[in-house]
Design a protein around this ligand. Structure first.
Ligand SMILES: Nc1ncnc2c1ncn2[C@@H]1O[C@H](COP(=O)(O)OP(=O)(O)OP(=O)(O)O)[C@@H](O)[C@H]1O
Ligand SMILES: [Mg+2]
Length: 248
């Protein structure tokens, strides 16, 4: 299996606060990898660094107190100096935490907004039908204003919109935040189906039990460091990891 993404010694500091310390991480093509960790562990910062947003923020706003180090390869090409839109165009798409849809636009138009990189109208239509196949509820709500969707449906819309960018690797930040336990399970099932569509997934979650249960490989992040990694069933079966880091 080829590598989808690989990061070496990734570090991010805001002023004197070191948020990520020498993080190493790898996702292979078609794999589902889960990063788990408590509030403030650095999970969102990790995804934003991989997607080029930390460096962009540093340059665009001349934030001199933001420092980033390390190397990132995506499909065997160095990407750590590329701007976010070029990284996205290569197929690395981020579905951010608590992404809200454009509330006054229809579900369908929200999805089409995610296809801005599509080469043709036909290609966008094909992507739309893939998303509707994965989330039939979005098809039945396609003409409805997105603001009227339930929390779970809005999260499906956010993932659907990211899929409209035709990712090779999809980064998903905390999809289950704020959702009722009954809604989480089916949402995670859909994320597993994304992997079955041949798309690699890097999933960040606080719900360690649920996300590791369906992942191929897991990383435990604590205070900006990778403190454990391995096949996810090994992490779930390790009493020290469970008690110290997963709260299980
Ligand atoms: N732009 C920023 N400027 C300064 N500090 C930041 C910035 N972004 C994040 N941090 C700090 O970095 C640390 C890690 O934040 P991050 O959002 O990556 O954690 P997280 O693991 O995603 O947490 P959560 O589970 O709550 O989403 C926190 O202490 C946060 O305050
Ligand atoms: Mg976060």
């Amino acid at each position: 299996m080829r590598q989808a993404i690989q990061a070496h010694e990734l570090s991010v500091a805001y002023g004197t606060a070191l948020i990520l310390h020498d993080v190493g991480l790898e996702v292979r093509d078609g794999e589902l990898v889960s990063v788990v960790g408590a509030n403030g562990a650095g999970k969102t910062t990790l995804l934003r660094a991989l997607a080029g947003l930390v460096r962009w923020e540093q340059r665009a706003f001349r934030h001199e107190d933001v420092r980033m180090g390390g190397r990132v390869w995506f499909r065997e090409e160095r990407i750590d100096h590329l701007p976010p839109h070029e990284i996205a165009a290569r197929g690395l798409i981020l579905c951010p935490e608590r992404r809200r849809p454009f509330r006054e636009m229809t579900v369908c138009d929200n999805l089409l907004a995610g296809a801005y990189l599509a080469r043709s109208r036909r290609e966008a239509a094909e992507r739309l039908s893939d998303v509707y196949r994965l989330f039939p509820i979005l098809r039945s709500r396609s003409r409805q204003r997105a603001g009227t969707l339930s929390g779970g449906e809005q999260q499906m819309l956010a993932i659907g919109r990211a899929l409209m960018g035709r990712p090779h690797l999809l980064l998903i930040d905390e999809p289950s935040t704020g959702l009722a336990p009954l809604v989480k399970g089916p949402l995670f099932e859909r994320i597993r189906e994304v992997k079955e569509m041949g798309i690699a997934v890097l999933l960040v979650e606080q719900d360690a039990a649920l996300s590791l249960a369906m992942a191929d490989w897991g990383y435990v992040l604590s205070q900006g460091r990778v403190v454990a990694e391995g096949p996810s069933e090994n992490l779930l079966g390790d009493d020290v990891v469970r008690q110290s880091y997963l709260g299980l």
